[in-house]
Design a protein. Structure first.
Lengths: 566, 184
């Protein structure tokens, strides 16, 4: 063995990977060559350092605690601005767990066509091609809210991935997953786990669909889906187009486009007219040779143009599904949502109307009687206690039902109060009081405002220097309430202004009246903290919320249970 | 198949925060080891490591070069370690603990050449080093994990060692120059 060969083999030699003969040759060379020996010693020394370094860290395991914190942060884009902290839960249903309120907004994606003969033929052969599936895996994306279960669609929301695995036989099993939450039916029971809140809901029996996965489950029965789409389109006289495309690999694809027209306004989902009746264009892509459906896109057709709202980009048929897909790795400290048990005075609650239940629940929240509130939802999370505690009921309306939802909705208007503290500092070149952080009522830091640059010295800086800490905070809120971003920037960091502005725009896009949403701020006393070299100003925000409380009573105790809509 | 740091960072930014798990898994060992070196206390190091990962996640959008994720994370961890010291110093009730820690802990200006040298390795080499030493896999297991021949693993290790030694030497000679300037 010469020097070059020896050096090529040094690592393998140190690792004990050489065969006996090579090893002897290497050792012989090392004995004879001082330079290779020195190289060997240097590598061995470095390796020892690395082993010691690595070994010290070998049993560390911080993935789960880090991910919990990361995903918690993720569920509260609120952390970024005071406004979102205050408007928590504002943007949707699905606070958590239950099978849901959002089921209504549900899409029954595939319901319809009319035809040229070729389109009908492609659809019909496509249905036959997948008539006897053993398993399916769907992968796509949906415009929705992260904090909702699996069925809410809103054309103004960003896309989130959604996946479904389904085994049809010998035993039905399924799993539906989007970022932050997953539902699994393993043949024995059905579990929804919300990673972001570390909460779980378990239904102790198998089910063909649950937790707002119904529409996706129906799509997964591809053969029925295609047939039913074809039947509907023919019955309703919807236009169907067909085209052909050649993919990069030379395979021919048949594209069927269905133009579903209803003339019903698009977006009042609680009244049941969002998707299945909305004007949509659905594009089905089949492989011309195998006849298999490969992708589906659904566009919402608005007067202002089309928006892609659901994009099913990958469908795997009859592929073996790994057993781990049916298992959920849950940490031990999961908060399990409990099925309501019968109470000694259960009848008092079962005899309530939905409105009475809503009133009793809100009144319990108003006096922070969490035992009583807990009879309508269990457990009442700390976040919800903070949010609803001390509320005032303005009005409750008549309950109504909605086709796809098994519970009832009670329209309500409540006034919410939230206490928090703002940290202010004037230790900057401009000597103005500026906001540097937001704390909750228990002085837990909610938002640490990062100032990339020092506050600038303004042309009329003195006027701002003269403001006392509480006055500066009041001015900050006033600017925010007026959506005066320039003025707001004088009191807070650029990123805070940017995030707030973004949320206001997002709320506007969702058709919400931002001025009405804006809380009324009250500023209290300021206290100096020597430790933090900053002022802490107590504040209270009040806001009115008008929405529909979703309640259902299909549980063993027969009591109305909170299901969303806060 | 594992993705690169850059790909994971981009996926996190694109609304897949769950993928951050892969980066935490990949770097928890080396980061913890680095922080243990600085703080000389395992539980403090663990806390600081968690905090560093969370802060890094929250600032992910500001990371200019996603391929340098680990090197950037190490910078964040350095600042977290400093803050942790200051915090302990301030807390009266922890005076004793703080004093012990301050006595044990490495001086602020001390260098951590091996950690920093690992951080600047090209990702292919760093990946093999992390699997071999921080996940304590054998070369055969590394080969299986990365779906590469065993010979490629030993060659990659060999090249990684050479790069690490070069980097360590460069750092050491830079240190010497500084100390000669300071103490002529």
């Amino acid at each position: 063995m010469n020097c070059a060969e020896c050096r090529d083999n040094l690592v393998a030699c140190i690792e004990g990977l050489l065969d006996r003969e090579e090893s002897l040759q290497c050792e012989a060379h090392l004995k004879a060559c001082a330079s290779c020996r020195a190289e060997y010693a240097a590598i061995a020394h470095l390796q020892q350092r690395l082993i010691a370094h690595g070994h010290a860290a070998a049993d560390v395991s911080i993935v789960e605690p880090v991910m919990r914190r990361v995903l918690q942060q993720q569920t509260k884009p609120e952390r970024n601005t005071i406004m979102s902290v205050l408007l928590k839960h504002r943007w949707g249903f699905g606070l958590g767990t239950a099978a849901g309120a959002a089921a209504i907004m549900l899409i029954v994606l595939l319901a319809l066509p009319k035809t040229q003969a070729t389109a009908a033929e492609i659809m019909s052969k496509g249905a036959q091609a997948v008539a006897n599936l053993t398993s399916i895996h769907l992968h796509g994306q949906l415009r929705t809210l992260p904090a909702d279960n699996f069925s809410y669609i809103n054309a103004d929301c960003p896309f989130y991935t959604i996946e479904l695995w389904k085994q049809f036989g010998p035993e039905l099993k399924w799993r539906v997953e989007k970022p932050g939450r997953v539902a699994v039916m393993d043949g024995q029971s059905t579990v929804l786990y919300i990673k972001t809140a570390n909460t779980g809901t378990k239904v102790p029996h198998p089910s063909s669909s649950a937790f707002d996965t119904d529409w996706l489950q129906r799509i997964a029965n591809v053969s029925n889906t295609i047939s039913s789409e074809l039947n509907n389109a023919q019955a309703k006289g919807w236009k169907m187009d067909t085209t052909e495309e050649t993919a990069a690999n030379g395979r021919v694809k048949s594209i069927v486009t269905i133009h579903a027209r209803s003339g019903i306004p698009e977006n009042d989902y609680v009244k049941n007219v969002f998707f299945e009746n909305a004007d949509t264009r659905r594009v089905y892509r089949f492989d011309a040779q195998s006849r298999l459906l490969e992708a589906v896109q659904v566009y919402l057709v608005r007067p202002s143009g089309e928006v892609l709202i659901f994009d099913l980009s990958q469908i795997d048929y009859n592929q073996p599904i790994k057993p781990s897909i049916w298992q959920l790795e849950l940490s031990e400290d999961v908060n399990w949502k409990q099925e309501p048990q019968k109470l000694p005075d259960n009848e008092k609650y079962t005899s309530m109307t939905a409105e009475q239940a809503a009133r009793t629940f809100f009144e319990a929240c108003a006096r922070k009687d969490w035992n009583e509130a807990g009879k309508f939802m269990s457990p009442v999370s700390q976040g919800l206690k903070n949010y609803l505690g001390g509320l005032e009921i303005v009005s409750l309306g008549e309950s109504f039902t909605s086709k796809a939802y098994g519970g009832q909705f009670v329209p309500y208007e409540i006034k919410l109060h939230q206490e928090f503290t703002v940290r202010v500092s004037n230790l900057n070149a401009a000597k103005r009081c500026v906001v540097t952080g937001i704390y909750d009522s228990k002085l837990q830091l909610q938002q640490d405002l990062k100032w990339t640059n020092e506050p600038a010295i303004l042309p009329n800086n003195d006027a701002y220097v003269r403001l006392l800490p509480a006055e500066a905070v009041q001015a900050y809120f006033d600017a925010q309430s007026k959506l005066d971003w320039v003025e707001m920037r004088k009191f807070t960091s650029e990123s805070d202004v940017k995030e707030t502005k973004g949320q206001v725009e997002m709320a506007g896009k969702q058709g919400l009246d931002v001025h009405k949403l804006m809380p009324v701020f009250e500023v209290g006393e300021a206290t100096w903290s020597a430790e933090q070299s900053a002022w802490f100003v107590k504040c209270r925000a009040s806001q009115t919320k008008k929405w529909n409380l979703a309640l259902r009573k299909d549980n063993p105790a027969g009591r109305w249970q909170f299901d969303g809509g806060i | 198949m594992d993705l690169t740091d850059k790909e994971y960072v981009e996926r996190c930014r694109d609304g897949h925060p769950e993928d951050y798990r892969m980066l935490v898994h990949r770097y928890q060992g080396p980061l913890f080891s680095y922080l243990t070196g600085r703080l000389r206390d395992r539980s403090e190091a663990e806390e600081a490591a968690q905090e560093s990962f969370v802060r890094a996640f929250l600032s992910l959008n500001t990371l200019q070069k996603p391929e340098s994720f680990y090197s950037w994370l190490l910078g964040i961890a350095g600042r977290v370690a400093k803050e942790q010291f200051r915090f302990l110093k301030r807390r009266q009730q922890d005076r004793e603990v703080a004093e012990t820690m301050m006595a044990n802990a490495a001086a602020d200006h001390e260098e951590y050449p091996l950690d920093e040298a690992i951080a600047v390795l090209p990702e292919t080499y760093r990946q093999v080093i992390l699997l071999r030493f921080y996940e304590e896999l054998s070369c055969q297991e590394v080969a299986q994990r990365l779906e590469m021949p065993l010979g490629t693993v030993t060659k990659t290790l060999s090249r990684a060692y050479a790069l690490l030694r070069q980097e360590l030497q460069a750092r050491e000679s830079a240190d010497q120059t500084i100390s000669q300037t300071e103490h002529p």
